[in-house]
Design a protein around this ligand. Structure first.
Ligand code: MF3
Ligand code: CO
Ligand code: CO
Length: 340
């Protein structure tokens, strides 16, 4: 059983240990109050026709093996539990041409793995099966699936269904007609991580669900489009409030607890990318690579982390969708490293 353990109602950085940020963690009493409040809230709002994930399926103990010939990230060296190193610099790294080529290759593989995953998404398939097959795909292309053993994550990809915001652990629940599912894939190829995700429709999704998914994609695309050297990072969430404005226009909310992040030889590093209105300083510069990954909810922007310490669900059971790209800032604008 995956019971709730903590509530996140404000931002916490994914570059720092976001799961345990004191900023974001409130006590259990507050969670109970919030759930009571939200069940009242739920009665008054109709988020559409879908299965609410209250207790996720069972996570199978099956081991995911990676051949010894494949280069592993530092946190996944065989037989040892190495903590994820805290990134040394709080300044976004400017990548060399060689590093950029490395990022292009890992991001291309991540995209191809996601295209492969999309074919597996159908009524009746379990998220465990999707994970198992995508794992095989990634290792057969010479890469390591970055989530595996990252801060204790037990599987190779994240699969987040309906009211699960993100970091869902693949399990034995079979997809049902009308589900929406985010598949988030990160690969570590020749020393570089590439990170991408999309939310897919399973069979016939109701109109409210389809709108949520379309708007979330639009939020990401609009945010990517404004990226260029000299652009403040906070224009992604603020100024013309690209993402937040887009979400609100449709009556949806940005889930603030999850941020985009710098990426490279490390999975999560500077800068933190906030998807909501903020005044955090910093300008984009050519040579930076980072992700933009807005999670947008139909209802409450608060989320609860289940006892497995990963699965984030909305506090009111409304659905959430997420899309993610890894981008490179170029001299003239932006290159979407994880585009098709
Ligand atoms: N891929 C997620 C991101 O976009 C991170 C997943 S961490 C994991 O940042 F351990 F859950 F895999
Ligand atoms: Co991701
Ligand atoms: Co990411």
């Amino acid at each position: 059983m995956r019971r709730p353990i903590m509530l996140f109602n404000q931002v916490c950085s994914s570059a720092l240990s976001y799961r345990f940020s004191p900023l974001a963690v409130q006590n259990l009493l507050q969670i109970k109050r919030c759930i009571r409040m939200n069940s009242w809230f739920k009665k008054r709002l109709d988020f559409g026709n879908y299965q609410v994930i209250e207790t996720p399926g069972q996570v199978l103990q099956e081991l995911r093996c990676v051949p010894s010939t494949i280069m592993k990230p530092p946190y996944a060296q065989d037989g040892k539990k190495i903590p994820v190193p805290v990134p040394e610099s709080t300044k976004p790294e400017i990548k060399s041409h060689t590093q950029i080529d490395g990022m292009r290759a890992s991001c291309r593989l991540a995209r191809n793995a996601l295209i492969y995953a999309k074919e597996l998404v159908m009524v009746g398939t379990t998220t465990e099966e999707i994970d198992k097959n995508v794992h095989k795909y990634i290792i057969s292309h010479g890469a390591y699936p970055s989530p595996l053993h990252y801060k204790g994550f037990p599987k190779s990809i994240c699969t987040s269904v309906n009211n699960v915001v993100c970091h869902g652990i693949p399990d034995n629940r079979a997809l049902v007609n009308g589900d929406i599912i985010n598949v988030d894939i990160t690969v570590y190829l020749n020393g570089f991580h590439g990170d991408v995700s999309e939310t897919f429709l399973v069979g016939d999704v109701d109109e409210k669900g389809r709108e949520l998914v379309a708007v979330t994609k639009k939020c990401l695309d609009e945010a990517v489009a404004i990226c260029k050297p000299g652009r403040p990072f906070n224009h992604i969430g603020e100024q013309r409030a690209v993402i937040e404005a887009c979400a609100r226009e449709h009556g949806f909310r940005v889930v603030p607890a999850f941020t985009g992040h710098g990426i490279g030889s490390y999975f999560h590093g500077a800068p933190d990318i906030y998807h909501f209105k903020n005044t955090v300083l910093g300008l984009m510069e050519a040579g930076q690579t980072f992700t933009i990954e807005p999670a947008i909810a139909q209802g409450s922007s608060q989320c609860i982390i289940l006892e497995d310490k990963w699965t984030a669900i909305t506090s009111d059971g409304s659905r959430a969708a997420q899309f993610e790209h890894t981008v490179l800032i170029t001299e003239s604008g932006v290159e979407v490293l994880t585009s098709k």
